[in-house]
Design a protein around this ligand. Structure first.
Ligand SMILES: Nc1ncnc2c1ncn2[C@@H]1O[C@H](COP(=O)(O)OP(=O)(O)O)[C@@H](O)[C@H]1O
Ligand SMILES: [Mg+2]
Length: 187
């Protein structure tokens, strides 16, 4: 007898599941904002005043979500950002929205691969000096490195758009040097 692990190509899987989704970008933005908000709630739970912040910056080739939430340790990056479908939180909360299947699978973070060729996560816990970068082009692997320069506590998720999406955004005349910025403060 022999046994083995079943390897799944995350990027392909997510794109197959999302093939019939309307508004792929909407789904991704919603999932990443939700993760930022969850992390903020977990950091500031029970505190008075609302110090939670999420800043979103869109460029022609990328979009970055920065939150000042609870951040992740190296082990947490390995645990949470390496296994598709390990959480059912989203699936439980989502209910049925009819036209948005991807939102109901609990894929959350990984839904970003519907519009990303690469995802970079930089993160630091509030009570730790060390910050880490998680980097993946989807498929079946990721890399984690310790950052040399410190970052503010929290998490920064950068999505490098697919080449096709970059092309479409370029045609729309989105100026790369004029980022679109959205700030959600007081969360
Ligand atoms: N911005 C973030 N800050 C801190 N932890 C995060 C962040 N984004 C994702 N995570 C971690 O990764 C896990 C997986 O995220 P996700 O796939 O969206 O599933 P869910 O949010 O349903 O648990 C989260 O449960 C959380 O532990
Ligand atoms: Mg989530």
């Amino acid at each position: 007898m022999s046994q083995g692990n079943i390897g799944a190509d995350v990027k392909n899987l997510v794109r197959i599941l999302g093939a019939h989704s309307y508004g792929k970008a909407d789904v991704v933005v919603r999932e990443l904002l939700q993760n930022g908000r969850d992390a903020i709630h977990s950091r500031f739970r029970g505190e008075s005043g609302s110090r939670g912040r999420i800043d979103v910056t869109a460029l022609r080739s990328s979009i970055t979500f920065i939150d000042n939430g609870t951040g992740m340790k190296r082990g947490e990056l390995e645990e949470y950002l390496s296994k598709l479908g390990t959480t059912i939180k989203q699936a439980e909360n989502a209910g049925s929205t009819g036209n948005d299947p991807i939102g109901e699978f609990g894929i959350g973070f990984f839904s970003a691969f519907m519009i990303a060729d690469r995802i970079i996560v930089r993160t630091r816990k509030p009570d730790e000096g060390k910050a880490f970068e998680w980097n993946s082009v989807g498929s079946t692997s990721y890399e984690i490195t310790e950052l040399q320069d410190p970052i503010e506590p929290g998490t920064q998720v950068t999505i490098i758009f697919t080449a096709r999406l970059q092309q479409v955004r370029g045609r729309g005349g989105t100026a790369p040097d004029h980022p679109a910025v959205l700030r959600f403060h007081g969360l």
